[in-house]
Design a protein around this ligand. Structure first.
Ligand code: IMP
Ligand code: MG
Length: 180
């Protein structure tokens, strides 16, 4: 059933689980004695977010934000728009932004600037995937699950044209799907 769109599996459920456990333990020790506000960027980060926070042993709060980079397809246009803001103020809080992937970096740069202006006590970025070779905006992530090559990836929250978010693994999308 997968062969119509999947080139190959890049990170299996087991690999994701193992790496996410490591990141959770790192966050746990970095935020000892604090109550970080962990912010999921909808929709792509929801699977990563829910697996990550349940592995963090310690007090934390959660909130959600929805962002869209204009344009569908396999490239982001660099223009970013907020669809849903956080519910609560973040002044004085230790914020961790959880994202699915940093590609050009425009989305994360926009988000970080936006939240920084609200005077949190600190902001860190946690991304499951990073495509450093595609970076255009100047942004780096504090926690990175895996680096990926310049390929379009799907699954475990990541979509192509709204589909494939429910795959339990991360895979490479066949070029024939988006080059037609
Ligand atoms: P950026 O603003 O170019 O860094 O793009 C960030 C957003 O583009 C991510 O949050 C994803 O929604 C989307 N994106 C970038 N690369 C991929 C990919 O390989 N697969 C799925 N979505 C991607
Ligand atoms: Mg996204």
């Amino acid at each position: 059933m997968y062969e119509s769109f999947l080139e190959r599996v890049l990170f299996s459920e087991e690999q994701l689980n193992e790496r996410i456990t490591q990141i959770a333990k790192q966050i746990e020790s970095d935020y000892k004695g604090k109550k970080p506000l962990v912010v999921a960027i909808l929709k792509g980060s929801v699977l990563f977010f829910s697996d990550l926070i349940r592995k963090i042993n310690g007090d934390l709060e959660i909130d959600f934000m929805s962002i869209s980079s204009y344009g569908s397809g396999s490239k982001s246009s660099g223009e970013v728009k907020m669809i849903k803001d956080l519910d609560k103020k973040i002044e004085g809080k230790d914020v961790i932004i959880v994202e699915d992937i940093i590609d050009s970096g425009y989305t994360m740069k926009y988000l970080k600037n936006l939240l920084q202006a609200r005077n949190p006590s600190s902001i860190k970025i946690c991304t499951l995937l990073d495509k450093p070779s595609r970076r255009e905006a100047d942004v780096t992530s504090d926690y990175v699950g895996f680096e990926v090559e310049n390929e379009f990836v799907i699954g475990y929250g990541l979509d192509y044209d709204g589909l494939y978010r429910n795959l339990p693994f991360i895979g490479i999308l066949k070029r024939s799907v988006y080059e037609k």
